[in-house]
Design a protein. Structure first.
Length: 389
């Protein structure tokens, strides 16, 4: 279920998971072949079914590959244990479906072959000759193969659909970057011409100041007119320059993680982020995703932007990998330095075997300073203040 970040199956099981439970009917069919069914046999059948349902949905909500593999093996073991009373074949087929749905295709195939081989040994050991164990086992293998191929096909189709959606996001991001570059070129051309004209007019006014004050005032008025026109044009151009860097980086992160079969869940609070702070958070997210791909061995990454009650904000990046981050490398050191430059801090929690949680914290005071810096650096804003004065 690595693709579940893109098919929205996190909170409730999809309909097909409920429908597939109808196959449990086949786990009870062997009761029809008992001449007289003892009460303890019925109790075992019912208990095995209830235990299977618990394992089945625990597998759905499991977030790590190791836990999903363990739950798949538990379902298969339930089938092997109940094989002597005839209920086990259905659970082995369920285990094949769970393996195909949650593990890489190669590992899933190897595990399914091992489980079916173990089922064959159980048939040979526990199923009486009168029940034709060989033909029954062959039928079970055929059904298991059909289940495996069907589940893998569905999973691959969902993966392709998710990749298509991510590709569309990437195309939109690249289009946005191209537009920003175009606006940057326009600004360069606009300001280069305007500032050259302002310099020439100012120099002319300086030369005319003593001998022709009226002409000097006229040139200064011309400078003011040119500056106001440039202000209007700059405002129009600047409005389209700044895209949401964090959103764009999330789109790139999804594509990179999906290529490694790692799911990404993200939740971004609707808060306004100063440009310098957003740049620091974006670079930190990029470095974190790179570390996950290279070192973590994770199957799931969570990114959450949280608006704090006191006016600050924090970005949480967590994975379910191997954890145990040791000595900090250049990436994490650079991340701390960038956050320190904007008044933030970095907290990391990485216990061995329990993943890594990285928390980037920006207090309210740091955001206030960054906003004031953005306002001071905005040419259009500065011009408008002078005009109002």
């Amino acid at each position: 279920m690595r693709i579940k970040a893109f098919i929205q199956a996190h909170e409730h099981p999809p309909v097909w998971r409920w429908v597939s439970l109808l196959y449990l009917i086949f786990a009870f069919l062997p009761l029809l072949y008992w001449p007289r069914v003892p009460a303890w046999v019925v109790a075992i059948f019912i208990g095995a079914a209830l235990l299977f349902v618990l394992l089945y949905f625990a597998h759905h909500y499991a977030v790590s590959r190791r836990r999903r593999t363990a739950l798949t093996l538990a379902v298969a073991a339930l089938g092997f244990v109940t094989m002597p009373i005839g209920a086990g074949a259905a659970y082995v087929i369920f285990a094949v479906g769970l393996a195909a749905a949650s593990l890489p295709s190669g590992r899933a195939l190897a595990l399914c072959v091992a489980m079916l081989a173990m089922e064959g040994l159980c048939f040979y050991r526990f199923v009486p000759a009168a029940a034709m164990p060989l033909s029954t086992y062959i039928i079970n293998v055929i059904v298991a193969a059909m289940v495996f191929v069907g589940v893998v096909s569905i999973r691959n189709r969902e993966l392709r659909n998710a990749e298509l959606r991510l590709t569309q996001d990437e195309v939109r991001r690249l289009a946005s970057l191209a537009e920003r570059e175009r606006i940057g070129r326009d600004l360069h051309d606009l300001l280069g011409h305007t500032l050259s004209l302002v310099v020439l007019k100012t120099q002319l006014a300086a030369r005319l100041f003593e001998r022709d004050p009226q002409g000097a005032r006229a040139q200064i008025g011309e400078v003011e007119r040119v500056a106001r026109e440039a202000l209007t044009q700059v405002r129009e151009a600047v409005a389209g320059i700044r895209a949401n860097g964090l959103q764009a980086e999330l789109a790139a992160a999804r594509l990179a993680l999906l290529s490694a079969e790692i799911s990404l869940d993200h939740r971004l609070a609707p808060v306004e982020i100063p440009e310098k702070v957003e740049t620091a958070l974006t670079l930190a997210l990029r470095e974190s995703v790179t570390n996950v791909l290279r070192h973590a061995g994770a199957t799931r990454v969570e990114v959450e932007l949280i608006g704090e009650a006191r006016g600050g904000l924090s970005l949480l990046i967590a994975d379910d990998g191997r954890g145990g981050a040791g000595r900090e490398g250049h990436g994490l050191t650079g991340m701390r330095e960038r956050l320190r430059e904007v008044g933030g801090s970095v907290e990391i929690d990485s216990p061995v075997g329990a993943g890594t949680r990285l928390r980037l914290i920006l207090p309210r005071e740091a955001l206030a300073v960054a906003r004031r810096s953005d306002e001071a650096a905005a040419p259009a804003h500065a011009f408008s203040e002078r005009g109002a004065a």
